[in-house]
Design a protein around this ligand. Structure first.
Ligand SMILES: [Zn+2]
Length: 466
């Protein structure tokens, strides 16, 4: 691992950059050694090239297992399971009451690819510069992995004895096929709840203060369809009464005019109530009215007309790809339209399929499902979770509004919700929107966010596990 700082300077550097990690009286500050450890772990983590196909996830898991053992986890409580070229890791922080269901603290070890020539710096050598840690995965999701794990090291150091088991659950292909996630969700489906470090967090304004903390409690379901119209075709000099492209064009027109019904759930209601307060003008009013009554047509129309809110008011299906015909001088024998849907939690695959079939309404068209969806219901806004999160956030920024959110998907939570485990994206990253380069070039996280995230995780896990 290359570093431009010695360990001592590093610790000092972290401390002097820690205005965001403010803690209220009574909340213990992160011990400097643990803070330095978290930064060191994050830098080491970036160094593992855990991209699909590189076979580096097992080595990264071994490194993490070493850190877990060094911080009080028994060797027999750490399980690394090889799964193809990747792996999963589950580590158990033993609780005193085996009758209670465990809580899961999840992250993913893999990252999306990064090309050296595209980046200003080597993406797989963490660099600390101007208060940021740069590197592929620094944000997504190694920051969450490291800060949530460091919080458990802290609880071990303090001699905390949970009543429930706390399981560290690390998947190995979240960014690609999610087969490790699917396997983990099946193995751990009896859990009480899951806290996911890969979603949730606060957006910082330009003055460095957060405006709102967003907690992810639902994800829409992703579905892809293809609709194909067929026709015997023929010579283009002899057009007949039917045409595969014309048929498809009529289908496209009907699809463009169609909208799935207005939907509201506990999470989007809370979201619109909160966003409505801070959004000026007609849009803010529409949010508040919609939160009260999703049957309010005017409010619905206004929100559905905006790309940033249309996904929050119902299922969306939209044309995304088009191909058809085979020669400029031949009548088309087929034409195919790709449709992508983001399904509101609670609406079934069958319902969406039947509805689209009805909208298409053409005996010469066939529709097939291209992507096998994994539906997941919204997680209930449980009182124990909301209370523990409120307390953890108050210790960082007293009174910071917490807004539940539904994202377009997908994180590991998708599979756990599908398996019946309520799942919450409650990551500790506080970052400016313009600094958020997840999946992009020069991915980075503010060093100053580490301490606050560790403290947030410690408070949250402690309250829910005891
Ligand atoms: Zn992620």
């Amino acid at each position: 691992m290359q570093s431009s700082f010695s360990g001592r300077r590093l610790a000092a550097f972290v401390l002097c950059l820690a205005p965001l990690a403010a803690h209220a009286a009574g909340d213990p500050a992160v011990p400097p050694a643990l803070s330095a450890k978290a930064l060191e772990m994050l830098k080491r983590s970036v160094g593992f090239r855990t991209v699909e196909g590189e076979g580096q996830v097992p080595a990264y898991a071994e490194y993490l297992a070493g850190e877990l053992r060094a911080h009080g986890f028994a060797a027999e409580d750490i399980t690394i399971t090889p799964r193809g070229e990747t792996a999963t890791l589950v580590a158990r922080f033993r609780g005193s009451d085996p009758a209670l269901k465990p809580i899961l603290v999840s992250s993913h070890m893999d990252v999306v690819p990064a090309k050296r020539e595209d980046w200003e710096r080597d993406p797989f050598t963490a660099v600390v510069e101007d208060g940021y840690v740069y590197g592929r995965g620094a944000l997504d999701n190694k920051f969450g992995l490291v800060t949530s794990t460091a919080a458990l090291f802290w609880l071990k150091q303090e001699g905390f004895k949970p009543r429930r088991d706390i399981l560290v659950v690390l998947s190995g292909d979240e960014e690609t096929s999610m087969t490790t996630t699917a396997a983990l969700a099946q193995e751990l489906k009896g859990a009480e709840l899951l806290l996911n470090s890969d979603a949730g967090g606060a957006r910082l304004r330009d003055d460095g203060k957060p405006d709102v903390y967003s907690m992810q409690a639902a994800e829409k379901t992703y579905m892809d369809f293809e609709v194909t119209t067929t026709n015997p075709g023929g010579h283009s000099s002899r057009p007949g009464p039917t045409n595969a492209i014309y048929d498809l064009a009529r289908i496209i027109d009907r699809l463009a005019a169609f909208r799935f019904p207005a939907k509201l759930n506990e999470i989007t209601r809370a979201y619109f109530e909160s966003a409505g307060e801070s959004t000026p003008g007609q849009t803010g009013e529409a949010m508040l009215r919609y939160a009260k009554d999703p049957g309010d047509k005017e409010a619905y129309e206004l929100l559905a007309s905006k790309p940033e809110y249309v996904g929050q008011v119902g299922t969306t299906c939209v044309a995304t790809t088009l191909r058809g015909g085979h020669a400029p001088n031949a009548l088309p024998q087929s034409a195919t339209l790709g449709i992508n849907c983001r399904v509101f939690p609670g609406e079934s695959v069958e319902y969406v399929t039947e509805t689209l079939t009805r909208v298409i309404d053409n005996p010469n068209a066939t529709m097939k499902l291209i992507y096998q969806p994994v539906p997941s219901d919204a997680s209930p806004l449980r009182e124990d979770v909301m209370k523990a999160l409120r307390k953890a956030i108050d210790q960082r920024v007293p009174g910071l509004p917490i807004v539940p959110s539904m994202s377009a998907g997908a994180t590991d939570s998708l599979y756990f919700r599908n398996a019946g485990v309520p799942s919450y994206g409650v990551g500790g990253l506080f970052i400016r929107a313009e600094d958020n380069f997840a999946h992009g070039l020069n991915e980075r996280i503010p060093v100053a966010s580490i301490d606050g995230a560790v403290a947030q995780w410690r408070s949250l896990v402690r309250d829910l596990a005891r």
